[in-house]
Design a protein. Sequence first.
Length: 296
Amino acid sequence: AAMLGELRRRWRSYKYRFVPWLALNLCRQRRTLRYVPDSSQDKIIADEDVFETLLKTFKALFINNFSRQADILALLPEVKCQYLELLTVKQKQSKVNSCNRDSQQVFSPEEVLFNTLGFTVSRDQSSLVSAGTGVFVTRGFVPKGTVVSMYPGTVYRQHEPIFFQSLGNPFIFRCIDGVLIDGNDKGLSRSVYRSCSRRDQFGPFQMSDESWLTAALQNPLAVGQYVNNCSHEKAANVCYQEFDVPGHFPVELKQYLPNIVYSHDIESHLRCVVLVTLRDIEQGEELFSNYYTVVS
């Protein structure tokens, strides 16, 4: 038994250099990628609606953590005034709805999501046999045409190096134009994301969110990489939609964007992918997508 255990340990450390193993597993992993024709479209809702949902959610998260934003707000006096007005309105509403007279009440990110959009989503054991982790609507109700989660990860453009990160990695998402998003929160993928995120930090301004790599999410929408593919028994109830973050996206809210570009010197909009509901989804339902079909 000890000898067998040692052989297994050595195989795990060596197998990535074994060409037949690479060929076999790259073939098997093909179905984890999203292959779509160049002419396909994936706009279920307007980009403006995606933008407004993210803006609304991120502003609520920002205000909820207002006391921790001092360094950022010190550099943005005009923005600080706007958030102070929003915070004052929120505090007045809280006093009406409760008898709590303490200072600002801080909620968990999941509670902020529920108070803002009317639902929460979280990771749990999938209802599909042998599917591993899935994503569920754990509270509330999600109407059709709603952004219900985001696909986090490092964004690679065509011809950028992703070979070693892709080995045995079921979290590679392929966009229509060939852009790839690596949503793996472990191993080399995790290290690359953290390195790129810290590289792009500008003073107190974080250009992306690293918390999706941990169990304590600051952006509770950043669980889309764990949404499982549909089956004959479980029809798709969400679909992917690509979204380029516009240049005028508020810099103070970029700390909640769960994506970062691999190449720092490329001037273009950050690619994000959101999951949009195809029908109304009730509390307790698991989210299922379709890796191979794009609704046009």
